[in-house]
Design a protein around this ligand. Structure first.
Ligand code: NAD
Length: 521
């Protein structure tokens, strides 16, 4: 394999730099360094681990502008997006976990039923070991850093493989973790493409946290099944936006344009299907046209709203979806073509008469395209929204909050917003993840720590009694066992104490008889 990644600018197409690829044997060495670091890192109490990681917040606040410029160079996204959607999430998650993690990860006492008299029960958690984090190129910094930080807080060490399409962001992660007081090997960053990712899945890791496409997710899961180890899959989406007739249409149109065009539409939670009630369809299209016309497209230096697609292959996907939709009868009302300038720029696009058979409806487009579907009723919109292989996010737009909530409850996906788009991902308290082909598992919030630990159940007894009611010998116990069983299943737990006491007496008598026998033993 080529031993370097050649990084080109999404804005100009020019070569920016080369990055050495980590060879498969070096991947194994990185994993074993992370394994060695595990004992020292996991032995630090969670408060100390958090205190160590808080330096990231200081560094990002101090040098945020430099990092934003480099992330924008890597992806072509506006500087505002690099600040808002990439860098800001790190301090937000750290502050959130600083308060939450000690509570979530500590041992806690849980109820012990009456038929286990005198016992105490606890749940506690322990880190898994070495976690492999494999990340995509669309939010290359945030989608690397948040899982890595969460895994570290939970006491694991990590090997991170960023996307080969955005190696600059991977290097920023490496530099940042290099500034911290971590045992050597606690965070290893390996650069490379799918072959490096596959080598990481084959290596001796204890969990894989994967964010990327469904096709790769399947391969990652198959590799994890071979061991077997747990895997979390954060895959694609086809966000359904439902615009009810009573919605604030201007707000909904502005939301659709931001939610569909942020990061040039390269967001797993991008608005990719817009269902609009028939009564307001024409008015909504007018508003969308106005809003789209105001979007400024350009590179990070042009203070634009929307940048280019990150790589040429993604531009081809967008062009194919629009071409095929057009051929199948969709109308292009705005955009519909790449821009006549260097780089991977595509015009903000509005498609009408989109149907469920079209690739732009079935597949993830991941580009600045808004496909509209006219529906007769909200019920029809919900049915269509749910009848899709993806189930990551959705949004509902209505003046009636209660109705919004009840529609949200009927949608089959991991996150729903009422009268807003995308932002819920940024609330560190809310679990994030999908259903169906969008993957499984949740991170962010308490789930974001629990996904990186094993759960251990502990039940403690005193050691005074020589035996327990349910232990051997069984002889003479059947009648009392039957009574215990009937009371327990009948919900009369207090009454079960009588036969339980008798079972104990049988134990004591059996022991006394044994002690009286000369050949006891
Ligand atoms: P991708 O699947 O092509 O690549 C993702 C990562 O997997 C990259 O680092 C890649 O090098 C690596 N990889 C490739 N082959 C591998 C293999 N055989 N074994 C292990 N690793 C391998 O995805 P992408 O194009 O980088 O990302 C875009 C996709 O990610 C979209 O579908 C998007 O919706 C999804 N995504 C999901 C979320 C989410 O949170 N659910 C967030 C962002 C992006």
């Amino acid at each position: 394999m080529a031993d370097v990644i050649t990084k080109t600018s999404p804005v100009s197409g020019e070569k920016l730099a080369e990055f050495p690829i980590t060879a498969p044997e070096e991947v194994e060495a990185a994993v074993s360094r992370a394994r060695q670091a595990f004992a020292a890192w996991s032995a630090r109490p969670v408060e100390q681990r958090l205190a160590t990681l808080m330096k990231l917040q200081v560094e990002i606040l101090a040098r945020g502008e430099d990092y934003a410029a480099r992330i924008s160079q890597d992806t072509g996204k506006p500087l505002v997006d690099s600040l808002l959607t990439e860098l800001m999430s790190i301090p937000l998650f750290l502050s959130h976990y600083r308060k939450l993690a000690p509570k979530v990860l500590r041992r806690r006492k849980v109820a012990t039923p009456l038929y286990f008299p005198g016992k105490k029960s606890y749940i506690e958690y322990f880190p898994m070991g070495v976690v492999g984090v494999i990340s995509p190129w669309n939010f290359p910094f945030q989608l690397s850093m948040v899982p890595v930080i969460s895994a570290l807080i939970a006491g694991n060490t990590v090997v991170l493989k960023p996307s080969e399409l955005t190696p600059i962001s991977g290097e920023i992660a490496r530099e940042l973790f290099g500034l911290l007081d971590l045992p050597a090997g606690t965070v290893e960053v390996i650069q490379g493409d799918g072959r490096t990712g596959a080598a990481l899945c084959r290596a001796e890791v204890d969990k894989i946290f994967f964010t990327g496409s469904v096709a790769t997710g399947r391969k990652v899961m198959a590799a994890a099944a071979d061991k077997p180890i747990p895997v979390e899959l954060e895959l694609g989406g086809k966000d359904a936006m439902i615009v009810c007739a009573d919605a604030n249409l201007l707000r909904a149109a502005k939301g659709a344009v931001w939610g569909g065009l942020l990061n040039c539409g390269q967001v797993c939670t991008s608005v990719e299907r817009i269902f609009v009630e028939s009564a307001v369809f024409e008015r909504f299209v007018e508003l969308l046209e106005q809003e789209l016309a105001a979007v400024r497209v350009g590179g990070p230096d042009e203070r634009a709203d929307m940048g280019p697609l990150v790589f040429a292959g993604q531009l081809e996907t967008v062009e194919r979806h629009v071409r095929e939709a057009r051929a199948a009868g969709a109308r292009v009302v705005a955009g519909g073509e790449r821009l006549d300038r260097p780089g991977q720029f595509y015009a903000p696009t509005l498609l009408l008469d989109v149907t469920p058979e079209m690739s732009v409806y079935r597949e993830e487009t991941f580009g600045p395209v808004l496909p509209l579907i006219r529906v007769d009723s909200v019920d029809e919109a919900i049915r269509l929204a749910n009848a899709h292989s993806f189930g990551l996010t959705a949004s509902v737009w209505t003046a009636d909050r209660a109705r919004g909530l009840s529609i949200a409850s009927r949608l089959e996906c991991g996150q729903v917003m009422v009268n807003d788009v995308l932002s819920s991902v940024g609330n560190p308290a809310l679990p994030f993840g999908g259903v169906k082909s969008s993957g499984f598992g949740r991170y962010h919030g308490p789930d974001g720590l629990l996904t990186f630990v094993h759960t251990k159940a502990i039940m403690v007894s005193g050691d005074k009694a020589a035996s327990e009611p349910f232990w051997f010998p069984y002889e003479k116990k059947y009648a009392d066992m039957l009574e215990t069983f009937r009371f327990m299943l009948g919900g009369k737990l207090l009454k079960a104490l009588g036969p339980l006491r008798r079972l104990n007496r049988i134990n004591a008598e059996a022991q006394a008889a044994r002690e009286r026998r000369p050949d006891k033993g």
